[in-house]
Structures are given as structure tokens and as C-alpha cells.
Design a protein around this ligand. Structure first.
Ligand code: S3P
Length: 187
């Protein structure tokens, strides 16, 4: 390798030379598919994938469920916002966020100032069907089933949609593919 190549920054790659898409934050309610779709999109684009829930759990040294029960939701929201803003991101990445993250403090504005955001939109009924058996790791959903779960999601979505709808791209989550998200981001 020549000397000139040696002094290039470690994250210099073809995507930067081509412009690239920068930071892509996937947002939306629990169960909308941020992590699954995020991994596929990252794979497709050749970018690293990051899950901010996991970054938080690593920093806290405990699961989100344990953090909620030890310190409560307010402390969780503060830490979640710090993790969003203090994480060192690569030049390009696909990042999945916790379902509540865009809806606290100025987080959604910070996201849109530092990258693009994609809101994966699904109905309360579809979310409830997906979440019925996926609740153990999600402290907000414990003890909620059937109609109570749908009613809870309805209420939370009504509170949160104003924040989610600030996303750069708002798209229906049913049948959504990484190819479609890539196309929407490049419009
Ligand atoms: C939350 C969503 C969870 C996690 C925490 C709170 C929320 O993330 O951050 O349990 O308030 O909607 P996922 O959306 O990845 O499940």
C-alpha cells in the first residue's frame, strides 16, 4: 500500500466516494420491524447496522426491562436520548431506534438534522397481532393482552404519530422490503 493510501481515514470507502446515504434511522412503534428491515437494508447497502436499544443495554450493563424496573421510565428516556446523541456513528449506517425514542425531548429533530429517517407505519391491530407473543423484553407491554393491548397501542400511537410523521420518509410497513426503502430514500 502506498503512503497516500495509508493516511486515508479508516472508514473511507466506495460509498463515501459515491456520495452515499449517510445515517438512516428507522423509527416506528414496537413490533413494526425496524430491526429486521434494518438488517436487510444495511446488508443491501453494504453499510453497518446498529440497534440503539442494544447500544443502550451495553452501556447500562443490563437489559432494558431491568433498567426500567430499577430506575423507571424517566431515567430510561434520558439515557436513551444521551445514547442517541453521544454514540459515535460511522459515515454511513442503518440505525434502528427504540419505539419511543423519537417522541421524547428533541430527539426526532436531532435525527433529522444528522441523517434521514424512515417511519415504518402499521395499524394498531397488526402491531398487536405481532406483539402478542413478543412482550417479555418490552416493559411497557407487560400484562396487556387482546383488546387491552390494542387499546394501549391505539392510545400510544395517537400520542406518538405526530413525532413519527416528522420522518423524512413515511411508508406503509405491510410487505415493506429493503429494496423499496432504498428507492424511497433515493427519491
Ligand atoms: C419502547 C420500545 C422498545 C424499547 C423500550 C421502550 C417504547 O424498543 O426501547 O422497551 O417506548 O416504545 P423496540 O421498539 O425496539 O421494541
Amino acid at each position: 500500500m502506498s503512503g497516500a493510501e495509508n493516511i486515508l481515514p479508516a472508514n473511507n470507502n466506495l460509498n463515501i466516494a459515491e456520495g452515499g446515504l449517510g445515517l438512516i434511522f428507522l423509527i416506528g412503534f414496537m413490533g413494526c420491524g425496524k430491526t429486521t428491515l434494518g438488517r436487510k437494508l444495511a446488508n443491501r447497502l453494504g453499510y453497518p447496522f446498529m440497534d440503539l436499544d442494544h447500544v443502550l443495554e451495553e452501556q447500562a450493563g443490563m437489559s432494558i426491562a431491568d433498567y426500567f424496573s430499577n430506575f423507571g421510565e424517566d431515567a430510561f428516556r434520558k439515557l436513551e436520548s444521551e445514547v442517541l446523541k453521544q454514540t459515535v456513528y460511522p459515515e454511513h449506517a442503518v440505525i434502528s431506534t427504540g419505539g419511543g425514542l423519537p417522541c421524547f425531548f428533541d430527539n426526532i429533530d436531532w435525527i433529522n438534522a444528522h441523517g434521514k429517517s424512515v417511519y415504518i407505519k402499521l395499524s394498531s391491530k397488526t402491531l398487536a397481532d405481532r406483539l402478542e407473543h413478543e412482550k417479555t423484553k418490552r416493559p411497557l407491554l407487560r400484562e396487556k393482552h387482546g383488546d387491552t393491548l390494542i387499546a394501549f397501542i391505539d392510545e400510544k400511537l395517537a400520542e406518538r404519530e405526530g413525532f413519527y410523521n416528522k420522518a423524512t420518509v413515511v411508508t406503509d410497513g405491510l410487505g415493506l422490503t429493503a429494496m423499496k426503502v432504498e428507492a424511497l430514500l433515493k427519491l
